[in-house]
Design a protein around this ligand. Structure first.
Ligand SMILES: C[S@@+](CC[C@H](N)C(=O)[O-])C[C@H]1O[C@@H](n2cnc3c(N)ncnc32)[C@H](O)[C@@H]1O
Length: 271
């Protein structure tokens, strides 16, 4: 990869990148820490499973293409802490040692590494992504840092391949808006949560023109709720102090009956 590639990808995210479909194949360079043995990536995706064609829109929202792995250096850019206050995001999760957490759409592991430190040696982090190249970069980072409590897992567009009822927190940072099959992903995430477990979404604020990200990669709070509540998630907590993102905490609740808008009671003639 040319040294400037990550800068180009960052600019594309902020000014409208074309996603995987428009990207040229780039071979990931050998990692400097290639002598350290990275953890195995669980690649055991069922090769016979069929994945329905991806929708272009979901509930009136255009679905963004997946951020290509050649843009991964942008995810670990020096300015990210200043721009997004990632430490505050992590603190607001209130993770406890020993918990099981999933970094859904982990990319090259910017958050995975921090989550692993917070759950500690008795805890576990599932790091899931649909791009094997991202998971390989993550595995090398884990080897570099001597982190042993992370399981990198290759997911599919419809299945993150998480165990059922096993996860305390599923964290999606700048990921949900990329799900090509949101309904299927939400159903599998819901099944993976322990009783009282939470799905936490960080999404760039769609209502805020001052957030310098293309609209396709932003979401409004109302849109997030409109998509998650029919899938059986209720908003439990909001954290509104991040510079660019919403941080929304959802818990599994009974799914809304068809035709009833989340947050509204049933129309009088429906009983
Ligand atoms: C913008 S990156 C964010 C990476 C990471 N969360 C971070 O904040 O550094 C979005 C990531 O989500 C992944 N992704 C998209 N759809 C996914 C899905 N259905 N399941 C798992 N990962 C997915 C992409 O491959 C990409 O690595």
């Amino acid at each position: 990869m040319k040294p400037s590639t990550h800068i180009v990808w960052g600019l594309m995210l902020m000014a409208g990148f074309s996603g995987t479909a428009g990207a040229q194949a780039v071979v990931a360079p050998p990692h400097p820490a290639a002598d350290k043995k990275p953890p195995a990536v669980d690649m055991a995706v069922d090769p016979t499973a069929t994945i329905p064609p991806a929708a272009t829109h979901f509930m009136g929202r255009e679905i963004s293409q997946t951020m290509h792995y050649t843009g991964a250096p942008w995810l670990v850019r020096e300015s990210r802490q200043r721009e997004e206050d990632c430490r505050l995001l992590l603190e607001s999760l209130a993770i406890r040692p020993g918990q099981t957490v999933c970094d859904m759409g982990c990319g090259n592991g910017f958050y995975t590494v921090e989550l692993a430190k917070r759950v500690g040696p008795r805890g576990l982090v599932y790091a899931v992504d649909v791009q094997p190249e991202m998971l390989r970069m993550l595995a090398h980072r884990l080897a570099d840092e001597g982190i042993a409590n992370v399981r990198p897992v290759l997911g599919t567009a419809v299945d993150p391949r998480l165990p059922r009822g096993a996860v305390d927190i599923v964290l999606c940072v700048d990921v949900y808006h990329e799900f090509s099959h949101p309904e299927e992903m939400l159903a599998r995430i819901r099944e993976s949560l322990k009783d009282g477990g939470q799905l936490v979404l960080a999404e760039f604020r769609g209502e805020d023109p001052a957030v310098p990200i293309k609209p396709l990669h932003k979401m409004t709070k109302a849109q997030v709720r409109a998509e998650l509540e029919p899938a059986g998630f209720g908003l439990a907590r909001e954290f509104d102090r991040l510079p660019w993102q919403h941080l929304l905490f959802f818990e599994a609740r009974p799914a809304a009956a068809p035709g009833i808008q989340p947050g509204l009671s049933a129309p009088p003639n429906s009983q």
